[in-house]
Design a protein around this ligand. Structure first.
Ligand SMILES: [Zn+2]
Ligand SMILES: [Zn+2]
Length: 321
């Protein structure tokens, strides 16, 4: 159930020896939507368009990106019916960053590389803001000795995942049809292009700061980079910006661990758990102890959240000390 180790390499150069190259699809996709945002969206501003933008952004980021792609497909941090998994991951595809297998590979490569002693600047957001923006939004990293990937059969052999993997970009275009039908060009421009730029750009910005600046409750000794909690983005990122917590407990379904760390993704998951649809939620307490995990005491002694009855979090503080 918990996240299996999918990446493996015996070559010490695998995490850092590589070249950043321009990625035409990624770059043209992002830049064309950015141009629409800058030069077309202002002329098609409407209150209903903005409402569609907010609604679709919230749904695709919370149910799709955070709960579907990240906490479920990648980390297996809870269990739910297969139809719900497919629905959530499909909504995650609509965020417009990659298909499910592409997202999983990008995530796990970073996750693995950041835990090595040395890691390419591309993978740890180690360059300056401008260059990192160009790299992450327009380029790929070609590793000289890429690590091996072992993706579990339930994902790699799933017809559904194979289908949305090969057609992921098309689904954002398909979504434009009902938007056009019900709300005209305004809904298409705000519901697709503005949303894509805000989601993809926001994901990059949070990734940049979450590996450079911000609060730290824990440190992972020996890792090439630490994760930071980005407080101002905690709520809007649906909880994903509590990245220091995520580096400390990657397999935890709860990202905002303290009561002053809002985690909308968790609120939804908790509600689905209370309705009996979601079960076997994984929390820090259920994860194996990590010797390399060190507490940064200044930020530590805060109230831990209340969680469903099955998951008693009262002990995880003591254990990590
Ligand atoms: Zn990270
Ligand atoms: Zn993760």
């Amino acid at each position: 159930m918990k996240n299996t180790q999918r990446v493996h390499s015996d070559n010490v150069e695998s995490a850092w020896n590589g070249e950043v190259v321009w990625s035409p699809v990624k770059s043209i996709w992002f830049l064309s939507n950015l141009l629409i945002l800058l030069f077309i969206a202002p002329f098609y501003f409407s209150l209903s368009g903005v409402f569609v933008f907010v609604l679709l952004t919230g749904i695709t980021l919370c149910f799709g990106h955070s709960l579907g792609m990240h906490r479920l497909l990648i980390h297996r941090s809870y269990e739910c019916p297969l139809w719900m998994e497919y629905l959530f991951v499909y909504l995650g595809v609509l965020v417009g960053m990659a298909g499910p297998i592409g997202m999983l590979k990008q995530h796990d490569l970073r996750d693995w590389a950041q835990r090595q002693v040395k890691c390419h600047d591309y993978l740890l957001h180690g360059s300056n803001l401008l260059r990192d923006g160009w790299w992450q939004l327009n380029c790929d990293l070609n590793l000289k000795y890429p690590p091996e990937f072992k993706i579990e059969a339930r994902i790699i052999e799933s017809r559904f995942y194979q289908f949305i993997e090969s057609t992921w970009l098309l689904h954002s275009v398909i979504l434009a049809l009902p938007l056009y039908f019900f709300g005209g060009i305004s809904w298409v421009v705000w519901g697709i292009s503005v949303r894509l730029v805000v989601s993809i750009g926001g994901h990059w910005l949070i990734g940049y700061f979450a590996h450079n600046k911000g609060e730290r409750t824990w440190s992972v000794e020996g890792a090439a980079v630490q994760g930071h909690n980005i407080r101002i983005a905690g709520f809007l990122s649906m909880g994903e910006a509590w990245h220091n917590n995520h580096h400390a407990f990657p397999g935890s379904a709860m990202l905002g661990l303290h009561s002053d760390e809002p985690d909308p993704g968790w609120w939804v998951l908790n509600a689905l758990h209370n309705l009996g649809i979601v079960k076997n939620i994984v929390l820090p307490e259920q994860l194996p102890t990590r010797k390399e995990l060190v507490v940064e005491t200044a930020n530590f002694d805060r109230k831990v959240k209340r969680v469903p009855e099955q998951c008693d979090m009262t002990n995880f503080i003591k254990r990590t000390r």
